[in-house]
Design a protein around this ligand. Structure first.
Ligand code: NAD
Ligand code: DAU
Length: 344
């Protein structure tokens, strides 16, 4: 990929999408970026508060399932690359209400593929390590492993991933896929573990750890995910899949320790609560294929979690209004009984 580009960044007002848009505009100021976002509870205009008004950046509010609007937006802005971040993304929400995950993650991605096929546009799809399912000790997922998703979220992402690959095989559409590990960093909605635990610690509220807390995750800094996606956009091979993570996991209890230590908070805030149904015990990916493109992560997982926790300490303006709003209803539904039952 060379020259000037016009990108449609779907889900650009979400956590990773907004970090990507900010990063891309800085690195490629000659590019045009159209953020296409439905602005769900997780999509927030303020995630890009510091870059609105930049030359070349615009916003279209819409659903990726709206074929006419997607097509018109691509035509009006002469889009030559779609980067698809748009998704319902929280496993616990997918357990509470799974259908919207199929609507957006499967059908929405399918609509983007159809428009890309119709207009001859390259599409890069953001997938996840969750498509590989639970990973046994001693193994690291490689891109050719079979997909074995276990939650409604992961299953919807696996379906999308396979539709993208089917379009490359059947229609010769130019596509690439990245499968990311657990990202942490600025502007992550506080339903996810690291921002939830950080903001709870800052509020002096209990940290609800599911089960024994020995589940393993590769907590990767969002900035490294953005540079990984950039490497694939610039140097990746059409039709290929690339894992993006640090290649190192830690247990959730180790992650909690880093959060508490970073924020100077006490261990007594930890509560072991009823586990997530079907909770995947371990994710772990081999990232050699991406490294072979010359990419290397800047943060190890310990630094990534500590940096993220510090961001929430320094940016109460961002999360306090969220925590005071509709989030409270979700929190009560998800944690009310669990925390009550785990009272010391
Ligand atoms: P997020 O929930 O913070 O943001 C999702 C964004 O998509 C929001 O801006 C939302 O408004 C938008 N959106 C949702 N439905 C839409 C629709 N129908 N049409 C248009 N926009 C819609 O999610 P995130 O954590 O930034 O994740 C971004 C992508 O990365 C997702 O595809 C996710 O599966 C993937 N991913 C996330 C992680 C992670 O750790 N967060 C790791 C690997 C992969
Ligand atoms: O692995 C990539 C995936 O990472 C992405 O595809 C998803 O979009 C993203 O949400 C994330 O999924 P997880 O389910 O792994 O992340 P979450 O932050 O929800 O949870 C991280 C770990 O912490 C997991 O083992 C569950 C646990 N957890 C989570 C919450 C919200 C708790 O113990 N307590 C909690 O309250």
């Amino acid at each position: 990929m060379t020259g000037h580009h016009a990108l449609l960044v779907t889900g650009g007002c979400g956590f990773i999408g907004s970090n990507f848009v900010r990063y891309w505009l800085k690195q490629h100021p000659e590019s045009k970026v159209v953020v296409y976002d439905k602005l769900t509870y997780a999509g927030r205009k303020e995630n890009l508060h510091d870059v609105w008004g930049s030359p070349g950046l615009s916003l279209v509010v819409g659903d990726i399932g709206d074929r006419d609007l997607v097509r018109r937006t691509c035509q009006d802005h002469a889009i030559d690359l779609i980067v698809n971040f748009a998704a319902e993304t929280h496993v616990d929400q997918s357990i509470l209400g799974p259908l919207v995950f199929t609507d957006t993650n499967v059908r929405g991605t399918h609509v983007l593929l159809e428009v890309a096929r119709e207009l001859g546009i390259r599409l890069h799809h953001i997938s996840t390590d969750e498509v590989y399912g639970h990973i046994r000790d001693g193994h690291q997922s490689v891109e050719t492993d079979e997909l074995a998703p276990r939650s409604p979220y992961a299953a919807s992402k696996a379906a999308a991933d396979q539709l993208v690959q089917a379009y490359a095989i059947t229609y010769g559409l130019s596509v690439t896929i990245t499968r990311g590990a657990n990202n942490v960093g600025p502007y992550q909605y506080p339903e996810k573990a690291v921002p939830l635990f950080s903001t709870n610690a800052l509020l002096g509220e209990p940290l609800p750890v599911y089960g024994d807390g020995q589940q393993m995750r590769d907590y990767a800094h969002v900035e490294d995910h953005c540079t990984g996606i950039e490497a694939v956009l610039l140097k990746g091979k059409a039709g290929e899949v690339y894992n993006v993570g640090t290649g190192h996991e830690m247990t959730n209890l180790e992650m909690v320790d880093i959060v508490l230590e970073t924020l100077g908070q006490d261990h007594r805030l930890v509560r072991h609560v009823a586990d997530r149904p079907g909770h995947d015990r371990r994710y772990s990916m081999n990232v050699d294929k991406l490294r072979a493109l010359g990419w290397t992560p800047k943060y190890d997982p310990r630094q990534a979690v500590a940096e993220a926790a510090r961001w929430y300490a320094d940016n109460r303006w961002w999360w306090e209004p969220i925590r005071r709003g509709a989030f409270r209803e979700y929190y009560q539904k998800q944690y009310g009984e669990r925390l009550e039952a785990a009272r010391p």
